[in-house]
Design a protein around this ligand. Sequence first.
Ligand code: GDP
Length: 231
Amino acid sequence: ALVRRTVFVTGAVNMKGCPTPDRGEVAFIGRSNVGKSSLVNMLTNRKSLAFTSKTPGKTQQFNFFAVNDKPDLERQIRFGDDVPGSKDRDSFYIVDLPGFGFAKVPQKQRQQWSDFMEEYFNSRETLKVVFHLIDARHGPTDEDAKIMQKVGDILDSKRTQYVVILTKADKNVKGADSEKNPGKVSKSVLEKLTETMKAHRVGYAPIVLTSAQTRLGRDEVWKYLRLAAEA
Ligand code: GDP
């Protein structure tokens, strides 16, 4: 099995708050409601990841989840199953970046978040993959374009793989409910996406179609997760 366990480690609002970079790490970013939690749950075989909150204020932190760490039996007995242990051979972190696009979030907080992301992209040496989630029905928003801009400016010069994920890809096609009949994206969405990517110098990035409902794209995404697990 690819995933033995996934536990919440910590929420960080700055670089200091991030866990020790002792293993590979992947980050998921996307606007709120894009299907990020559902996708992460699907990838890690969980029904729901604890400690994530839908309230705008609380979503402003980078949530770190440890995948496949070694359980610390003593702590488990005292605190329960969901406590982090120690690094195992194929451990990695999944980092859930705050969902953007909340109208309610004040400008100052947006700026803080954007600065943190930039610093994180710039200095987190264990960051192997950045997954950028975009709704397959709508394509990229202006904010998505800004993310691509940052990626084009920063990640391009690093050894971090950038991957665009089109979520909810079950929704476009009637009856697309199994891996044999995967969803697809409308031509106009794909065109807009590839144009936006090219305009921000990330035209090289792979595009993966996923669905948390049909589990479409799971193996494909796991190919990239392995880059972090084997780091
Ligand atoms: P987040 O805010 O990005 O974490 O989004 P959620 O994972 O909470 O999902 C937002 C909404 O989209 C929920 O109502 C989900 O049930 C729905 N959703 C998420 N993923 C999928 C998917 O793959 N297919 C469909 N049809 N709906 C999805």
